[in-house]
Design a protein around this ligand. Structure first.
Ligand code: GLA
Length: 451
């Protein structure tokens, strides 16, 4: 770690007047936004953001098992991932689902109209694979599509929702990722709801991961109340790629729609900003830390898409960082959001259980070296009144001791990196809670006024 030459930006003076100006408006917003998230899909699943491994970003539709047996979509790949998940501490860290994405089925349904796995690549069939994954204490996820075909051209479930739900249940599958390609958009909602009902009818607990809003956004604003009642998580935005520009575009989209999407997240249903691409080729270590920190702040499913058999130790350590995972899985189940954007810093905050707060400060200035940020300038810092305990989690774990509302504490943030903190009020009679409620509500307005 190099020692940063700090350029300190004091945004407190700039923000204080604006904060006062919007306080009245924000109090109004409080009434609207502290109301609890709508009813979640009542299947008892995803009470915390799902954790697991999903093949798509890293292995895509590689079906060439003759030339590339090690990386093709075959039962071997998932069995090997399951083995590594147990041996290398992934399961212990909380990663539980081993998920198949597109390109697993045969191009033809069987004589009874049921989907079947490609016989060459899955000689044992999906039931055997599920048994294997279960024998490791893990769960198996599978993929299908609400329309006529999957995105990669395999058979879709349109006209077969009940058959396919029952087939997955018979195979003892634990999660269904249901894509939205090749479907008339006006029928998307009906399709997603019908598959949800079909899954429920099987009597098996199958976590239901949707892409409904992603496919609806180009035409109309999705109904997040209905989506939350139907799905355990839902993709809103484009597929993640193994690049910083892709991760940034997901964060930008999320921040600019946070007033619409953040309130719909909670135990049982989560916004899904897509896979973690940590441990691949495209992100620097600082960028990997940013993705991990921000996915935890967003209460996002932590579905890793990389090659767990061959991953650099630092990426592995980051993905298994128990302090970050604790933020992701926090019992309060509230999604965090961007609370300030100033001088190429972004501050993202998430309320945690026991009146704590997670604060992520991301340095978006991609030139120069590390820059300093006064933590007291973070909008949520008001919970540190009269005192709080601060722990730095990224870039390295450090107890920062007791701080006050007017602390001069500065954190250093690398370009495209993130410093992640947790803030714990020291006394139970701290006055910050009321203010935090205020802070908690001003999702959109704060963006307009303070930023
Ligand atoms: C869509 C989804 C991806 C992946 C591919 C598979 O693009 O958004 O996550 O499932 O289809 O074809």
């Amino acid at each position: 770690m190099h020692k940063p030459s700090l350029i300190v930006i004091d945004v407190r003076k700039v923000t204080s007047l604006k904060v006062k100006m919007c306080r009245a408006v924000c109090l109004l917003a409080l009434i609207v936004l502290i109301s609890p998230a709508a009813e979640a899909l009542d299947n008892g699943l995803a009470l915390k953001p799902t954790m697991g491994w999903l093949h798509w970003e890293r292995f895509m539709c590689n079906i060439n098992c003759d030339k590339d047996p090690n990386n093709c979509i075959s039962e071997r790949l998932y069995m090997q991932m399951a083995d590594v998940m147990v041996k290398e501490g992934w399961k212990e860290a909380g990663y539980e689902y081993v998920c198949i994405d597109d390109c697993w089925p045969s191009h033809r349904r069987d004589a009874k109209g049921r989907l079947q796995a490609d016989p060459k690549r899955f000689p044992g069939g999906i039931k055997k694979l599920a048994d294997y994954v279960h024998s490791k204490g893990l769960k198996l996820g599978i993929y299908a599509d609400v329309g006529k075909n999957t995105c990669a051209g395999y058979p879709g479930s349109l006209g077969y929702y009940e058959t396919d739900a029952q087939t997955f249940a018979d195979w003892d599958v634990d999660l269904l990722k249901f894509d939205g390609c090749n479907m008339d958009w006006t029928l998307l909602g009906e399709g997603y709801v019908n598959m949800s009902k079909a899954l429920n009818k099987t009597g098996r607990s199958i976590l239901y991961s949707c892409e409904w809003p992603l496919y609806e956004w180009p035409f109309q604003k999705p109904n997040y109340t209905a989506i939350r009642e139907t799905c355990n998580h839902w993709r809103n935005f484009a597929d993640v790629y193994d690049s910083w520009s892709s991760v940034k575009s997901i964060l930008d989209w999320t921040a600019s729609h946070q007033d619409i999407i953040a309130p719909s997240a909670g135990p049982g249903g989560w916004n899904d900003p897509d896979m973690l691409v940590i441990g691949n080729f495209g992100l620097s270590h600082d960028q990997q830390e940013s993705q991990m920190a921000l996915w935890a702040i967003m209460a996002a499913p932590l579905l890793v898409s990389n090659d767990l058999r061959d991953i650099c130790p630092r990426s592995k350590e980051l993905l298994q960082n128990r302090h970050i995972i604790a933020i992701s899985q926090d019992a309060l189940g509230k999604q965090g959001y961007r609370t300030a954007k100033v001088d190429s810093f972004e501050v993202w905050e998430r309320r945690l259980s026991k009146n704590r707060l997670a604060i992520a400060v991301m340095n978006k200035q991609e030139i120069g070296g590390p820059r300093g940020f006064y933590v007291a300038a973070a909008p949520g810092w008001k919970i540190c009144d009269p005192e709080c305990n601060v722990t730095q989690i990224l870039p390295q774990y450090k107890e920062m001791g007791v701080q006050t509302p007017h602390t001069k504490m500065v954190v250093s943030v690398n370009p495209s990196g993130t410093t992640l903190l947790t803030v714990t009020p020291t006394s139970s009679d701290f006055t910050g809670l009321y203010k935090l409620h205020w802070n908690d509500t001003s999702v959109k307005r704060r963006q307009n006024i303070i930023l």
